[in-house]
Design a protein around this ligand. Structure first.
Ligand code: ASP
Length: 317
């Protein structure tokens, strides 16, 4: 079955006019990750390549396109985890960098810590020679518009976000059977300054262990943390459930226990994979055996040869 890369573009509801671009974005990210694997790259290289491409895509709530905090600023969270060593790296509430996922990997590779936050993360980025980008380059018209709307009296930013989309993530298995995960987000709309969600927390925003598999999650962070969703799904897999069943069981538990909706991409070390969600939609794509698979709505699963150009299925372009 190996190798494979599976990517998500956030749980929620994708506005009609953005649905084709969303599936194109995740498909292209899955292709990039797959190219890395085909070139003999590791699963960690593949998930970082896929996620940094989505961070650069203004359509998604990560990197450029991140949602804004209550002060109208971008603060981002990201996580990577390596299933061979159980080493992880994360950054939280980091500003002024284009690719938090790459910084998270540097935290894993170049420090003895697992997570750096806020100004400390920025100082580390500077010391690593990561270019500082202007705040404005991360802000889109769309995120500014949503931020303004959410400042209006009676607005409900959490409900509003669950009706939208965006966090990005990937899981992969390489030719050696090593698994990895990466997740990156601008967090929740109009969040308090300094709010850190599930994304940079191992076990919640993602988890990778060669003994069971890898998961990247999306959804309301405070809810995901209550059930440590990524680790919960791997626990079900350790009990013998398939990637698909375990993903559904984790999401069902989050729904019944704490009334939370979300989505996940999951792999096991053999290369079995799943993209599952309890939200209305989640853009996802997977690349394996020269085939590209993708979808957006519940039950949707398109497949094509990976060499072929993306074929549109949603009537919005
Ligand atoms: N989990 C992210 C957070 O709470 C948001 C999302 O996945 O849409 O920061």
């Amino acid at each position: 079955m190996l190798p494979v890369v599976v990517v998500h573009g956030g749980a929620g509801h994708v506005p009609k006019e953005r649905s084709e671009k969303a599936t194109m974005g995740v498909s292209s990210a899955a292709r990039s990750g797959y190219l890395v694997l085909q070139g003999g790259g590791s699963s960690m290289d593949a998930v970082v390549a896929a996620v940094s491409q989505l961070e650069n895509n203004p359509l998604f709530n990560a990197g450029c396109g991140s949602v804004l905090n209550v002060k109208g600023e971008v603060e981002m969270d990201a996580l990577v985890m390596d299933g061979k060593t159980l080493c992880s790296g994360a950054v939280s509430a980091v500003r002024n960098i284009a690719n938090p996922v790459e910084l998270a990997r540097m935290v894993m590779d170049k420090t003895s810590h697992a997570c750096l936050t806020a100004e400390g993360a920025s100082m580390f980025a500077r010391s690593m020679g990561v270019p500082e980008v202007p705040h404005e380059s991360l802000v889109t018209e769309y995120s500014r518009m949503r931020w303004r709307k959410n400042l209006e009296p009676g607005a409900d930013p959490v409900a509003c976000q669950m009706g939208k989309m965006g966090t990005v993530g990937a899981v992969a298995v390489d030719v050696e059977g090593n698994v990895a995960c990466a997740t990156s987000t601008g967090g929740m709309m109009n969040k308090m300054e300094g709010r850190v969600g599930d994304t940079p927390c191992i076990g919640s925003g993602g988890y990778a262990d060669n003994h069971s598999g890898a998961v990247s999650t999306t959804g309301h962070g405070e809810t995901i943390m209550k059930v440590t969703l990524a680790r919960l799904i791997l626990f079900y897999m350790e009990q013998g459930h398939s990637v698909e069943a375990a993903s559904d069981m984790g999401l069902a538990y989050m729904k019944s226990r704490v009334d939370g909706l979300g989505g996940v991409v999951t792999v096991d070390p053999q290369g079995n994979w799943a993209a599952r969600f309890s939200s209305l939609q989640m853009a996802w794509a997977a690349a394996q055996k020269d085939m590209l698979h993708y979808g957006l709505y519940v039950g949707e699963h398109w497949s094509q040869n990976i060499q072929e150009p993306h074929s549109p299925h949603h009537a919005d372009i």
